[in-house]
Write a protein that binds this ligand. Structure first.
Ligand code: GLN
Length: 485
């Protein structure tokens, strides 16, 4: 048995039965991290001493306490989520030395549930990107093919899960950053409903879109992790005071009575045939499990990329104003005046994509352009949300591709921001509408790269998406394959 490739629920069982210890598992995973990191580069910081200490303390306390579902489980956390006493860089030079004096709500919940924090994972700077190449430090590589991107912006978390450099991870998703890297790395990624998980201590990119969610080896683990991190938090005014169900109760067998909508607008030019083939095959599998498929229409889908790339940069330009070299983060010391200090700190601290977004956002919000761009984008957002609400009158979930292609080669799109933005075409609409979505493995290309299936559900119906995902997973072998490293 290889301890590092266990899921949360498998590891928990072994710990409960006394067949392994947290020290043994955590030690094994750090050995694997040392072996693989030169190739994969999934982590930006490791917290080995502290993690081993926590592992020892769990082993000593024992595993009788059922209120701690993650006791002794080693986890990875995206470096945009504040962890007290552990560097949180957001993949940016401007926060290269930022050590948060507090825990985000999610980090705190993981800790309270007994999770052991292995380290912080690499990401596109401030979560802006789809390939991890915008990390100010280094790109993460796809464990299935080291010349390919792992996806972004939670590429480090997805690669760490796929390479068995952790048992499970959390990432954040603003326009696809959990679902798309999960898809490219052949793992499960769940973006919860906007408001389901607290954003307190999640460094803000686009506050009306950002959500934290699980990246795991199987669907059961996604349900388990969501149980832990979901819930109202008075420190996040957009978190919703709504009871958290036990999402594992949704993992019911069979899909009888479930109607699956297939949105016509997601099968368009640009979707490569191999990906389309795998997704269509997956729909047949769902039908064979009892689901009924209907074609539906989401007519405003084509405006998603344009609307998102106004709204997200607009919010980012405002959120990122706080990095002025004064309160925290990088400060240029050479400037002689206050203005010079601001300018130099920001121009040296931020990378090219972040600057592009700040400029785009500032432009879209400026007098004279506000109505034409920002307001228009918000109107489109409302229409897209209505599209989903209408479609969900005909079906309970929607099934689509996650990305138009499998993982592309490193370097392929770095110089072409528009091509990079277009790779988000199938994940952005759900983000704009605030609905939950899960990405699960549904096949491989002829080159052996994973293909993902996206399942979208109405607001707060994560359980439905999990149920469909669970049934698919149970009846297909894709989640069992591992990259050779
Ligand atoms: N790729 C998208 C972007 O660059 C989405 C990123 C995300 O979800 N954080 O904005």
């Amino acid at each position: 048995m290889k301890l590092y490739d266990l899921t949360i629920h498998e590891l928990r069982r072994l710990l409960d039965q006394g067949e392994t210890t947290a020290v043994e598992v955590t030690g094994t995973i750090y050995e694997r991290i040392r072996m693989l990191e030169p190739k994969v580069a999934a982590y930006l910081s490791l917290a080995e001493e502290r993690a081993m200490e926590e592992a020892r303390s769990w082993d000593k306390k024992g595993y009788g306490d059922t209120t701690r579902p993650l006791a002794g489980v080693p986890l990875a956390v995206k470096d945009v989520i504040c962890t007290r006493g552990i560097r949180t860089t957001c993949g940016s030079h401007i926060l290269a030395n930022f050590v948060p004096p507090y825990d985000s709500t999610v980090a705190q919940k993981l800790k309270e549930a007994g999770g052991i924090l292995l380290g912080k994972t690499n990401m596109d700077e401030f979560a802006m990107g789809s390939s991890n190449e915008n990390s100010a430090f280094r790109p993460t590589r796809n464990p299935w093919n080291l010349d390919r991107i792992p996806g972004g912006s939670s590429g480090g978390s997805a690669a760490a899960v796929a390479a068995d450099e952790c048992i499970a991870a959390v990432g954040s998703d603003t326009g696809g950053s959990i679902r798309q890297p999960a898809s490219h790395c052949g793992v499960v990624g769940l973006k919860p409903t906007y408001g389901r998980v607290s954003r307190y201590g999640l460094v803000a990119f686009a506050s009306s879109l950002d959500q934290i969610g699980p990246i795991t080896k199987d669907v059961t683990d996604a349900a388990l992790l969501l149980n832990v991190i979901a819930g109202y938090d008075q420190r996040d005014s957009t978190s919703v005071p709504r009871e958290v169900p036990d999402y594992r109760e949704n993992l019911l067998e069979g899909l009888a009575g479930i109607t699956v909508g297939i949105p016509r607008e997601y099968f368009v030019e640009g979707l490569v045939p191999e990906v389309e083939g795998a997704v269509r095959q997956a729909m047949k599998t769902l039908e064979s499990l009892g689901a009924r498929a209907v074609e539906v229409s989401l007519p405003h889908t084509e405006y998603g990329v344009a609307a998102y790339y106004i709204i997200a940069p607009a919010e980012a330009s405002s959120n990122l104003a706080r990095y002025d070299g004064v309160k925290y983060g990088y400060r240029d010391r050479a400037g002689k005046t206050l203005m010079e200090m601001y300018r130099k700190s920001r121009s040296e601290g931020f990378g090219a994509e972040v600057k592009r977004r700040i400029m785009l956002g500032t432009y879209a919000l400026s007098a004279g352009y506000y109505d034409a761009y920002y307001k228009k984008a918000l109107q489109v957002r409302t229409l897209m949300r209505e599209d989903f609400l209408t479609a969900f009158k005909q079906c309970q979930v929607l099934v689509t591709p996650v990305a138009p292609t499998a993982a592309f080669p490193l370097g392929e799109k770095v110089d072409d921001p528009l091509q990079m933005y277009l790779s988000d075409v199938f994940t952005l609409p759900a983000s704009l509408a605030g609905i939950p979505g899960i990405s699960i493995p549904c096949g491989f290309t002829s080159e052996g790269l994973p293909i993902g299936l996206q399942i979208l559900a109405p607001h707060f119906e994560e359980g439905l998406a999990l149920r469909v995902a669970y049934n698919f997973e149970k009846n297909t072998p894709f989640h069992l394959r591992r990259p050779e490293l």
